[in-house]
Design a protein around this ligand. Structure first.
Ligand code: IPE
Ligand code: IPE
Ligand code: MG
Length: 244
């Protein structure tokens, strides 16, 4: 059952799920245990967002830069992704989740590409929430692929006719609401090539909590903080505008 969304709730939340490795190291475990624990918590968080009436949740799972990690760690991350698509997506799909994978999917093994396509297809008519998993995603890649796609869609068009609105229609987030809240766990205060274009006016929330420990109550904290923000979009503050 979707609950009422107050106007101060974000429509689109994105999360840089950082801190898996450090979480595992704190428990004297291999980094990959942290990735497994981090992945295991995703389902409950998606369900929580669904209950809150959030329209779209975008999760940064694997960046274009993460290929530079040791091969065994990359391989564990890929396996977790496959397992997720196989085991967890069914349950999520049953609650109305529509899965989208954003990123350069062509960089994945063919078997993973087919699983991604199958999961997207199976959930394409679901309407409760969009779960966008950013995999082999880079914000810079997204802008470049948008320009290329615009050109493909408009063969022969003069590049000078390209506008911001056109480009936005070809970004991987084109059919999602504007990004309202960008959360990064794990203590770093950087974007790490995530949604560069889309974060233009997002509220940025950084927390030291490591991703495997980021649960419903931590998300609620971020939402309460978000509700206190005044989103001015370049305008003057509300009171001053009334006086003027
Ligand atoms: C985030 O956790 C997961 C991915 C980048 C795939 P990290 O693996 O970056 O964890 P830390 O930052 O090393 O603790
Ligand atoms: C960002 O985390 C990527 C993901 C969470 C998937 P990283 O751990 O890769 O970021 P940096 O390297 O610390 O900037
Ligand atoms: Mg990290």
């Amino acid at each position: 059952m979707t609950t009422h969304t107050p106007p101060t709730s974000p429509r689109h939340i994105a999360i840089i799920m950082d801190g898996n490795g450090r979480w595992a190291q704190k428990q004297h475990m291999p980094r990959t245990v942290g990735h497994a624990k981090g992945a295991a918590g995703v389902k409950a968080l998606v369900q929580h967002c669904t209950k809150l009436g959030i329209q779209c949740l975008t999760l940064f799972a694997f960046s274009t830069e993460n290929w530079s990690r040791p091969a065994d760690e990359v391989s564990i991350l890929m396996n977790l992704f496959v397992q997720y698509l196989e085991k967890e997506m069914g349950a999520l799909a049953a609650t109305g989740v529509r899965l989208k994978v954003i990123g350069d999917v062509a960089g994945f093994a063919p078997a993973l590409q087919s699983r991604i396509r199958a999961a997207e297809l199976a959930t394409q008519n679901n309407q409760t929430i969009i779960l966008a998993v950013a995999a082999n995603y880079g914000g810079q890649w997204d802008v470049v692929q948008a320009v290329k796609n615009w050109q493909t869609a408009n063969p022969g068009a003069d590049l000078h006719s390209l506008t911001q609105a056109h480009l936005a229609q070809h970004l991987s987030t084109a059919d999602m609401p504007d990004l309202d809240l960008l959360i990064r766990t794990g203590g770093e205060q950087r974007i790490s090539n995530f949604l560069l274009w889309q974060a233009a006016y997002a509220e940025l929330y950084f927390t030291d909590v490591l991703w495997p420990e980021f649960g419903e109550s931590e998300l609620n904290k971020a939402l309460h903080w978000y509700a206190t923000r005044e989103r001015r979009f370049g305008k003057v503050p509300q009171q001053r505008k009334e006086i003027a």
